[in-house]
Design a binder for this molecule. Structure first.
Ligand code: 5GP
Ligand code: ZN
Length: 114
């Protein structure tokens, strides 16, 4: 996707702090972290919204969760706890229309979800 910021990061056209990559996903540091650990786990394939996922692509989200678990262990937040978030659409707070999972941790997060 030409104008997609995450596709550009994946293509190496925009610099980012990449912490993990494999053949289906990459993970990099959020440019505006809201917690000490704030990583984005992003499929290489451009899927705009979670709601666009097809049955064939559904294993991708499971893989993204496993990568989040591994990165939580690597960054030392797994034991105390962390949060994974997928924002969907405008009311869901999704600013970048390329599916991504936020991995948030490093401090006590608000109990309020909304
Ligand atoms: P959303 O609101 O779509 O769920 O989250 C998008 C996230 O992407 C935001 O937390 C924002 O800070 C991050 N972001 C937007 N543009 C860039 C960028 O160019 N580089 C990086 N590393 N993060 C970005
Ligand atoms: Zn994209």
């Amino acid at each position: 996707m030409e104008d997609c910021v995450f596709c550009k990061i994946i293509a190496g056209q925009i610099p980012s702090d990449i912490v993990y990559h494999d053949k289906t996903v990459i993970a990099f540091k959020d440019i505006h972290p809201v917690t000490q650990v704030h990583l984005l786990i992003v499929p290489r394939e451009h899927i705009a919204y979670l709601t666009d996922l097809t049955e064939k692509q559904s294993t991708l989200v499971g893989h993204m969760i496993l990568v989040a678990n591994e990165l939580a262990r690597q960054t030392g937040i797994a034991e105390k706890g962390f949060r994974v978030v997928i924002n969907v659409g405008s009311e869901g707070g999704q600013m970048v229309p390329h599916l991504h999972l936020h991995l948030l941790g490093g401090r006590r997060l608000s109990e309020k979800m909304g």
